[in-house]
Design a protein around this ligand. Sequence first.
Ligand code: NAD
Length: 273
Amino acid sequence: DIAGTWPLANGVEIPYLGLGVWQAEDGAQVQQAVKWALEAGYRHIDTASIYKNEEGVGQAVRESGVPRTDVFVTSKVWNNDQGYDSTLRAFDASLKRLGLETLDLYLIHWPVAGKSQDTWRALEQLYADGRVRAIGVSNFLQHHLEELLPEAQVKPMVNQLEFHPWLVQPELQAYCQQHGIQYQAWSPLMQGKVFEQDVVNDLAAKYGKSPAQILVRWDLQRGVVTIPKSVKQAHIVSNANVFDFELTADELAYIDGLDRHERLGPDPDTFPG
Ligand code: NAD
């Protein structure tokens, strides 16, 4: 079910399929994309202050006619806003741009050495104040979590990471699972490179689905929340049309086996530096 959810550690339900809007232009483009997604049944939108499209996302959510409580909206604090006070201010600014009273999920976008502990305390404060329903991190490797967790009053509920057949990180998945941290995939469609993967194309042919649908299905069957991005209506609709087939255990393992430990995006150990 496109609007289906999984419970986070605090009981808040996260829709396991969402729309990513990185590189969707603010204004008409992002508004249309969010509108089409909500019409198609998506109930989860992933933005960030650095995407510079929170205004359009918020406007589309507010004007959609879908009750606010039915839509899960995520934003993220950008690196140069990290630190306790500056994170509180960044959160206020994001909410104001979105035109929303509360957020569903607020993430530390990237680990920043020497700052993420203070940033996390700010997220805990926002959570305690009821201004956000769940808090988490993004791009945290195991060693980043090992530094954060002993200091944390509230454990991160989500870790959003680059995840696709070239970067599976099974040990990190297992570590997150042990700590009750929901794994979430960014760039689940390999930023479009999914269409060049022979194994995925073969599975697509077998099931009469698109390669994008195969990877979205792989994410969901692996228990990974996924946020494929598109601004085209046909792709937004089709990327979520994954509930009429099932990959076998062997096929899931076969896709896992494509792992090349290769990133399409920055390495959390060297970015932002
Ligand atoms: P993605 O893997 O979702 O790929 C998106 C691209 O694939 C689109 O631009 C489009 O060109 C193509 N595409 C999508 N559906 C298609 C279809 N059906 N047919 C043909 N082409 C299609 O890439 P992404 O945007 O990098 O990742 C998804 C989301 O993850 C982002 O929008 C953002 O919300 C989030 N993200 C987070 C971080 C982070 O640091 N936390 C980093 C990158 C992305």
